[in-house]
Every structure is written in C-alpha cells, then in structure tokens.
Design a protein around this ligand. Structure first.
Ligand SMILES: [Zn+2]
Length: 887
C-alpha cells in the first residue's frame, strides 16, 4: 500500500522551479471539518499568543477531528505539572502500522547485522520522520503558534500537492511547546502589563520581563544546553522520544533579537568534527528550499552566521550526533504582539508565526521529496562510527574513587542510547587495572560518534577556525565561539578514565539506565556504630539524609585508620549511643536510596588518627540552607544551584529575594549561598542594608558560600568578607594610556607587537574565556577540599583571575594546576592560561564565628559539573561544623 503512494510521488523533485509552480501555503483551501485557531480559541493564528496548556489542548482537538491521521503522545510533565506532548501526523495507512514502522526505524538505527538487501527493503518501505519542535525558550513565543499552524495546515489543506507529498513520504511530529513553564511565565508578565492598546515600544512593560524571564524552565535551566546532561524532565522526555522515533530531520525553532530577520541552515562554523559531509549537504539542500520560499514571499533571512554546530547539548546538536540532520531556526522576536524596529518598521507576532510556519513546511517538503536520501544518510551515519585505526577505539571508566559519579555517568550514557558495559573488578585492559570494576564504552557502535564527543577530553575545533579567532583577537575583534569549548563527561564527573587504542575483548554486562545504584556495606561489626567514608557526592548525600532524619554524627579534618581500612578527612562517624533505636534499618534504607557505602565500627578505637571522642571530631547538623534569589543574581546560576541541592541531593533550599535580605531573618539558616551575579549586580540590588545583614549573619556563625563572580562582591571594598583581589591582564600597560591632556610623550615602535601593547587599554582585565575544563589541585589540610585529594576539573569561563592570598588571611583550599598540567579539555587563550596557572580556585576564611567560602568558578553551571557537587556539599555540610556559632 505504502509503495504505491511512493511510486506516485516519485515524480516530484525538489527545486526552485517546483516551489515557484506550487501554490503558497497562504493560498490553501482548508477543510472546515478541521478546527483552526479561530474556531478553537476565538482568534486567528498569530493574532494572540497561545498559552502552553491551550497549545497542548489544541493537539488533542486536532486528534479528535482527524483520529486516523493524528496521535498525541504526552512525553513529560514539567516541574510545575504542565504536560509536554507531541502530535504524530501521518497518512491513515502509515498510522495503521506505526509499531511496525518504529521497529523498522530501530533496525536502521542499528545497522549491524542488517544485510544490504534487507537494508534496501527497509529504506524503500519506511516513511522518514520529520521532527518539528518549538518554544524551548519560553519567551521565544512565535514558534509555538507556528507549530500549531503547521499541524493544522497539514491536516486541513485540500488538494495541496506539497501536503500530499509530505503525507506520502513522511511522518511529521510536532512538539509545539518544549518549555511550558517558561512560556507560562512570559505570558503572565505579558498579560499583567497589557493596556488598551498594545505598544510596539520595546521599553514598555509588556516587552520587559521581570527576573528571571520566560526563557528558562522552573529550575531556570536553559533547556537548549541540557541535551546530554539530561538534568531536566523536559529534556529526558525529549531524548527518549527522539530515540523512539529516529527522526532523519529535527528542527528547533527559536527567536532572536527583534531587529534581526530570520536564520536557517546551513549553520555557522565551527562544526563538531563528528558531523559528516552528508549532514552538511542536507543542511544546504534544506536551506536552499527555504531561501526559494522566503524570496518568493518577500521574507529576509541569513545563513551560516552566529548559530554554530559544535556543543553537543544544543537541541539541534544532540539529534545531529544521533544521525539526524538537525537545525536551529531563529525568527526575530516581537516579544509580544508588535515590535517597532530600529529602522522604523513594525514586526508583528503574526509575521513571526508565518515565517516559522513556512520554514516548517519547507523542511517537511524537502524530506518528503528526498525520503530515500535522508534514510540512506541516516543509516550510513549509524554504520560509520568506527574510527580510523589511529584514533582511540573505546574508553574505560573506573569505579575507584568517585564510585557514585561513575555509576551515574554510566546510566546517563546508556539512557542516550549509548551501549555501556559493566566490567568486573580486577579487570586489566587499555593499560589500566580496574580494581573496583568499571565500564567500557566502545566507539564502534551506532551511537559511537556521540559517545566519542561526550567522553574524549577535547573535541577538536577546526584549525583554520581557531587561526581566524586568534587573528580576530589580535585585531581587537570579539571571538566567534558561541558556547563552551569542553564538555568531557569523565572530567566533568571527576571519574577516572582510560582511552583504549584498540577495542578490548572483555566480558561486559549491559548497563540498564533505570537500575538504582547499589547500596554497599561490609561485614564488619557495628557494635559501636558506623563510619561513612567521605569519598564522593553520593556519600555526602547519604550523610545529609541521615542528618535530616535526626541522626547525630561527627566529622574530622584528619584522616584515620581502623585496621587496614583507611578513611580520608571529612569522613563521618555515626555512634550507636544516643542514636534512634532503628539506626540499622535507617542506615540501610537511606543508603539504598542514595546508593551509598557505609561500614561498621566495632569500637571507637582507631589505629591511627583521632578517636571519635577527640576534639578533632566536630558535630554535624542538618543544614538549613538559604540562597539569594531575584534581581542581581544570574537566573541560571541560582536555578541550577537550587536544582543540584534539592533534586540531586534532596536538600531543600529557601530562596530570599535580594531586595528583602536587609530585613530577612537570616539567623533561621546555617548556610547562605550567593549565586553568580546577573543584571543589576549584587551591590546594586542588595544595597548597604543587605550587605550589612549578610556580614552580621557570618559574624554570628553562619556559613556564606559565594559562587563564581559572586566572589567579586564578597571581596569588594564595602563588603570585605574575603581577602581576594582580581588581577588585571598581565600583558597590558599599567598606565600611560590613561594620561589626560592632548599631548603625550613620544614613542618609537620597533614592531607591530609593541604597537599592540600601546593599543591595549591600560589596566584592562584578561580577555574573557568562552569555557574550558581546567585541572585543580587540593590543599591536603583544607576541610573545604575533603574528597578531592585526587584533584578535579573545573569549568573556567569569563575573565576573573584572583591573586594568591596570604595564608594568614585565608586558606586556598583548591588552586589551579601548574601551567603544563593546567588544561584538561577544550581551548583557553594562551595568555589567560599562563596567568591562571597556580592561582586560587577555592578560598575559605573565618569571619567572626562564621565561615566564608568563595568558589571562584561556579561548580553548579548547568548542573553538569557533577564532579564538583562534593565541593558544594563540603561547604554546606562540613561548613557549619567549622563555624563557632552557639546553638
Ligand atoms: Zn532560543
């Protein structure tokens, strides 16, 4: 049945001539049996901004009107309980055999063992899936209504040759609102500010969102960076759906500045090296078709600028690395119903909806007209992951050290369709021995390209692109790196790994992403109590849960030994005396929930180090944690920090608006977190009353934790809570250029380099780094560095470098590694790396009865630096033990 339709449509060939001969989508005649926006909402598509719940309801309305051609699938619930759903749109013949088709597409996605004949038979038989997704940034509003209009048009247009071709060759999936909580937040402020007439003035309240804005989800994540970290339910539902449907083309429709036009593929440089030529060619094919439609309709557009294809956490890059041709489309945003542009023209909301609608249809058209090509390219991508013999063929991940992190990372990889095999303890391979076992990930698997870019320390930037970036920097132009240059999961999770030159032959057991991490305990007597080694964040999570359950515990800054068992500093003892009667059951239950490890202690006698009764053991308490929130803080930093503590470690965080800190009861809390700074800055929003309240909180015994550039505020002259000083760029003139007057001393320049020095702004800060992973080294005496004796990697972004601090003033708990060992992954400007080496990463000091901790590069960025979770937990759990508050 399907073949017959294909044969009929095979005469259609993509090309400008065809587009010009076809009716425009705006000339369609629609079937009145399919309800449009006016029939459903009372306004035409583009007249109003449809709320997220209504958008999902409309999909169900379409399903009810055309049940043989639509199936709506709810794939996730947002944190605030809103449904996320996509509509599968296909011909009745295709809908009747969807299970069959999905299983055929799964065979194409794993072509191992598929002979040429069955592969060709599948490609001849199967429709190609086109995935259209909208509104991942909640205040990029027009795309959602464009998605609804696209779904309507496909179902309602009559005698439309383009639509017929699309139905004959494809399944179109429409995901209209990828971030319903963000869209709802935008709509709330938009509706609250509306008056009699909608203003196009960009400075009016309708356009001007209050903190945190609608871009982010509930925990203030940029969901367009989360695809491989999969921290958010919206992302997890989507990655599962993509793996289930195996689309050959994925569109992620956005909005950009209202003064701009429209962006579509081809993407800008740099391209991730795992992208293959056929994907680039297909981007060109699709872009050309859009260009023809846009020209015909008089829409301006641009290609190959700004929006790059390098970072694998984008909504277009992750599907690309799974074998699809995935692209970002960007429409200028009216950020409301109208936007007066700088050139005097007005952009309406309806314009944006129309542009995304045309680009969506044009995408499906190209796939429909080239169905076999797209399916063939997809299979070839999935079959071609094995590398040349010169490249590493696999990677081993070790369970020694950060056991919890390695277990979590293996599950995260497996959930992305990457085959991960568990390896027995004592296995030797790839020049390493896995005493405690580990995991093997081979790169010669269908998802090998994604695996490689996620696991290797560095994904190479194209050499000619970097030469150009250095030229731009030398000429005083900004660089063109859009996002971080490193994302290696072993580094970010602080998991020991080894690369394999050859794929080893090892017996492995497939990792199931849903399996809980096992509780581990030993046979030692627990007559006196228990001991919990402070080795990874899972251990700290377990301690937090015990503290929350009211169990009294003690921690020490000194390592100790019981028989042949060594416990590093930070380790926690749980005396049975005074503990709840059900201590054993409680320990077992909470350790199972955390996947933690604990051991019995027969007596409080230790063979080396302090006894639990020593004053070197400090009482732990369940920390009451507060965090600054709202204007002056960076939404993503505040949100990700709260997410890490609440959802990964089950520690609730009370958030206090910056404007209210001055009158808040801060003594209700043990710990106050200051996230990174955002618009308005901390000085501007906290004012002197806020700063005074925070100082008082610390001096009376609170623990203050500053993240990233909050360090600047802690160190500022009028706050003075940490003795840190930012460094100017080491290679710019200190003075001279700042001299006033119209006459200066003359100079003789020997070469261009000398000229560059004079042209540099006197006393300027180091050039901002887009983000690289950098090795850090622990101070073996610092409690803040407990659990980090093996070092870790931090993500360095921005331009802050702090000068070394005198030991009497503060403890440098962790510092950046020396120059030769500094860079762990990615790209750092040479002069920045030279200056950063050996400088402080984490500083701590006591102030009055309290503690101040400054983590100069944030450990919670995107919640994907899981290897630094323990650093935050050190501050929150061990910090209060080190304060001298009277309780
Ligand atoms: Zn966007």
């Amino acid at each position: 049945m399907f073949r017959a339709i294909l044969a009929a449509s095979a005469v259609l060939i993509s090309g400008a001539g065809e587009v010009l001969a076809q009716p425009s989508p705006f000339e369609a005649r629609y079937d009145p049996a399919i309800p449009d926006a006016r029939a459903t909402f009372g306004y035409a598509f583009g007249e109003e901004i449809t709320p997220p719940e209504d958008a999902i309801d409309y999909l169900y309305t379409l399903e009810a009107a055309a049940p043989d051609r639509v199936e709506v699938v709810e794939y996730a619930r947002s944190w605030e309980g809103r449904p996320l759903a996509y509509a599968v749109i296909a011909s009745p013949e295709v809908m009747a055999r969807l299970d069959d088709i999905r299983s055929g597409l799964a065979s194409l996605a794993d072509p191992r063992g598929l002979d040429a004949a069955s592969r060709q038979a599948l490609i001849a038989d199967l429709p190609a899936v086109v995935w259209l997704s909208y509104g991942v940034h909640g205040n990029e509003i027009s795309s959602t209504d464009a998605g609804l209009r696209t779904a309507y048009h496909l179902l309602a247009a009559q005698d439309d040759p383009t639509v017929e071709t699309i139905f004959a060759n494809t399944i179109v999936v429409v995901d209209p609102t990828q971030n319903p909580d963000g869209r709802n937040r935008f709509l709330q402020s938009f509706r609250a500010a509306r008056g009699l007439e909608f203003s196009g003035d960009r400075y009016t309240a309708e356009h001007d969102e209050p903190w945190p804005g609608g871009r982010y989800n509930h925990y203030l994540f940029d969901l367009n960076r989360d695809w491989f970290a999969r921290t958010q339910p919206e992302t997890r539902g989507r990655t599962d759906a993509i793996l289930e449907w195996r689309p050959v083309v994925v569109v992620d429709a956005h909005e950009m500045s209202g003064d701009s036009t429209y962006f579509f593929a081809p993407s800008a440089e740099p391209f991730n090296p795992e992208i293959v030529q056929s994907q680039r060619d297909a981007q060109g094919l699709i872009g050309r078709n859009h260009g023809t439609w846009f020209d015909r309709l008089g829409y301006a557009y641009f290609t190959r600028e700004v929006y790059d294809a390098f970072y694998p956490g984008y909504g277009d890059m992750w599907p690309t690395l799974q074998g699809a041709v995935a692209m970002t489309y960007e429409q200028a945003s009216a950020r409301g119903l109208a936007w007066r542009r700088r050139d005097g023209s007005t952009l309406t909301y309806a314009d944006g909806v129309n542009h995304h609608f045309v680009a969506s249809l044009s995408t499906a058209q190209v796939v429909a007209e080239n169905r076999e090509r797209f399916l063939n390219d997809f299979v070839n991508f999935r079959a071609s992951a094995s590398t040349s013999a010169d490249d590493p063929q696999a990677m081993l991940l070790s369970l020694s050290g950060n056991r919890w992190g390695a277990e979590r990372m293996a599950r995260n990889l497996a959930a992305q369709g990457i085959e991960v095999g568990r390896v027995e303890p004592g296995t030797s391979a790839c020049g390493t021995r896995l005493d405690d076992g580990g995991f093997l990930v081979r790169f010669d698997q269908p998802a090998g390209r994604l695996a490689r870019t996620l696991l290797e320390a560095t994904t190479d930037l194209p050499a000619d692109f970097m030469v150009e970036q250095e030229r731009r920097r030398a000429d005083g132009l900004g660089h063109e790196l859009y996002d971080v240059t490193a994302w290696s999961l072993p580094l970010m999770n602080n998991v020991d790994s080894a690369t394999c030159r050859r794929s080893p032959t090892l017996a492995t057991e497939a990792v199931d992403p849903e399996m809980p991490i096992e509780r581990v305990t030993t046979q030692h007597s627990a007559e006196w109590g228990y001991v919990i080694a402070w080795t990874d964040a899972g251990q700290a999570r377990f301690v937090a849960a015990l503290a929350h359950a009211g169990v009294a515990m003690r921690t020490t800054d000194l390592a100790f030994r019981i028989g042949d068992r060594n416990f590093p500093r930070g380790s926690v003892v749980v005396p049975r005396h005074g503990a709840p009667d059900d201590l054993d059951a409680l320990m077992n239950r909470l350790a199972a929930e955390s996947g933690a490890r604990f051991e019995g202690m027969a007596t409080s006698w230790v063979d080396e180090g302090p006894n639990p009764g020593s004053s070197n053991f400090l009482a732990l308490r369940a920390p009451r944690v507060a965090m600054l929130w709202d204007a002056g803080t960076d939404p993503t930093s505040a949100g990700a920090t709260r997410y890490v503590l609440e959802r990964r470690h089950d520690i609730p965080v009370s958030v206090i608006r910056t404007r209210s800190v001055g009158r808040a009861q801060l003594d209700n809390y043990d710990v106050l977190i200051v996230p990174e700074q955002g618009y308005g800055g901390l000085s501007g929003t906290l004012g002197s009353s806020g700063a005074r309240a925070i100082s008082e909180f610390v001096r009376e015994g609170g623990v203050l934790v500053g993240l990233g550039d909050a360090t600047r505020w802690l160190a500022s002259a009028d706050v003075g809570l940490i003795p840190a000083q930012r460094e100017r760029a080491a290679d710019t003139p200190r003075d001279g250029a700042a001299a006033s007057g119209q006459v200066v001393d003359g100079s003789v320049l020997a070469n261009e380099a000398e000229l560059r020095v004079l042209e540099a702004t006197a006393g300027s800060m180091p050039e901002s780094s887009p983000g690289a992973l950098v090795n850090v080294v622990a101070n073996p005496n610092a409690w803040m560095a407990s659990g980090y004796d093996g070092g870790a990697a931090a993500l360095v972004t921005g331009s802050d470098i702090y000068a070394p601090v005198a030991m009497d003033d503060a403890t440098t708990a962790l510092r950046f590694d020396e120059r030769d060992a500094l860079l762990a992954g990615g790209y750092l400007w040479e002069e920045y790396a030279d200056q950063l080496a050996l400088k402080p990463f984490v500083l701590s000091t006591s102030q009055g009865a309290g503690q101040v901790v400054a983590i100069t590069q944030s450990p919670t960025t995107r919640a994907y630096l899981e290897g630094l979770d323990l650093l935050l937990l050190n501050a929150i759990l061990l910090g209060p033990a080190h304060s001298r508050a009277l309780r």
